[in-house]
Design a protein around this ligand. Structure first.
Ligand code: ADP
Ligand code: MG
Length: 342
């Protein structure tokens, strides 16, 4: 009998010891730069510090795939071979461009990856980044008309070749620009990578203004993501309370812009006018499980304005929040379940 009790006691002590041994996730944090923007991370892992791996992955994505400026990137190579017939694409790029064409169609042309000649003409990103000096000159109507003639996803030909690779044909002078979806694609890559690493239990990673949440924090509290107030970008107009994996993207006229005679020239171009988009919206936030969609739709909805934007978000089952020029907030019913105004 005595032996039995000692046995039970030892067994219970073993169980206690094993329970105590389960490693608690440790929080790793970092702020760094990649893809021309600030990356801030908070990762909860039971393994080694994973933050450098995240930065490496983003830099590789930029270097191999997304960059318009680095020769090593697929986008650079596509643009360099415009007008030379079918350009074979990697599977990854084939899928990205197929998805882009779908958003172009469903947004009635508001989202257009062939916008590059116009973004280069306006060159707002470089001005906003302080890369240029002197005074900014608004492009004239002839230059805009010429750039517009080189844009339009209707001119893209994307087809499967005989050996089952997707081929893209760009007319001479056409170029593509994945600036509107790069951060979203990055969030999808990051989430896929986190899912493959058992040691990483939870994460919140911001890629510029886009935010990826993943898993559950060790203390089980939800993620709380601020939505910037376009009228005072140093403040939040509200907070999203989220659990699990989500992607949040915001497009607005308050981040990269140049002000000329009281008119704000920002970096999102309306393909229909060839000029910075003017709608009833100052900022749009999209919440989706899919990073590509959250990013593509935020740009498209900014161009479309709140009414058509709500319809587009509905088509994709994404949640949308619009901050209108008069300060009013308009959102999908689903968004209202996560968003709390400040
Ligand atoms: P941010 O990059 O500031 O987060 P967006 O996701 O809205 O904002 O992307 C803006 C970028 O998208 C621009 O810098 C430009 O490269 C590109 N772009 C601008 N207008 C359009 C458009 N109508 N369709 C697709 N891409 C666009
Ligand atoms: Mg976008």
């Amino acid at each position: 009998m005595k032996r039995f009790f000692i046995g039970v006691l030892l067994f219970m002590l073993l169980l206690l010891a094993l329970g105590g041994c389960e490693t608690k996730p440790v929080r790793f944090q970092s702020v760094d730069t990649a893809m021309g923007t600030v990356i801030s991370q908070q990762l909860y892992s039971v393994g080694q510090d994973p933050t450098d791996g995240v930065i490496d992955l983003l830099r590789e994505l930029e270097r191999k795939t997304l960059s318009r400026r680095l020769e090593s990137a697929e986008v650079f190579q596509i643009n360099a071979h415009a007008g030379e017939g079918g350009i074979p694409l990697t599977d990854k790029m084939g899928k990205i461009l197929t998805d882009c064409l779908e958003v172009w169609e469903k947004s009635q042309g508001a989202f257009d990856v062939t916008i590059c000649p116009l973004t280069e003409l306006w060159n707002i990103d470089a001005w906003a980044a302080g890369e240029l000096s002197g005074s900014y000159e608004i492009p004239g109507p002839e230059a805009i008309a010429h750039a517009r003639s080189l844009c339009g996803s209707d001119k893209l030909i994307l087809r499967m070749s005989e050996n089952h690779t997707t081929e893209l044909t760009l007319l001479p002078g056409m170029r593509i620009d994945l600036g509107a979806v790069g951060k979203g694609i990055a969030m999808d890559c990051l989430r896929d990578c986190l899912e493959k690493q058992d040691a990483i239990r939870a994460a919140v990673i911001t890629v510029g203004g886009s935010v990826l949440t993943y898993g559950e924090k060790p203390d089980r509290t939800p993620w709380r993501i601020s939505v910037t107030d376009p009228f005072d970008p140093s403040k939040a107009c509200g907070v999203l309370t989220l659990r699990g994996s989500w992607c949040v993207s915001t497009s607005g006229d308050y981040e990269r812009y140049v002000e000329i005679d009281g008119r704000r020239m920002h970096h999102i171009i309306d393909p229909k006018t060839g000029a910075p988009a003017q709608s009833d919206v100052r900022g749009v936030t999209i919440l989706s499980r899919d990073g590509f969609l959250s990013d593509a739709l935020s740009t498209a909805c900014f161009v479309l304005g709140s009414e058509k934007g709500l319809t587009l978000a509905g088509i994709y089952g994404a949640e949308a929040l619009f901050v209108l020029s008069d300060g009013t907030l308009v959102m999908t019913d689903g968004m209202a379940e996560y968003f709390e105004e400040k």
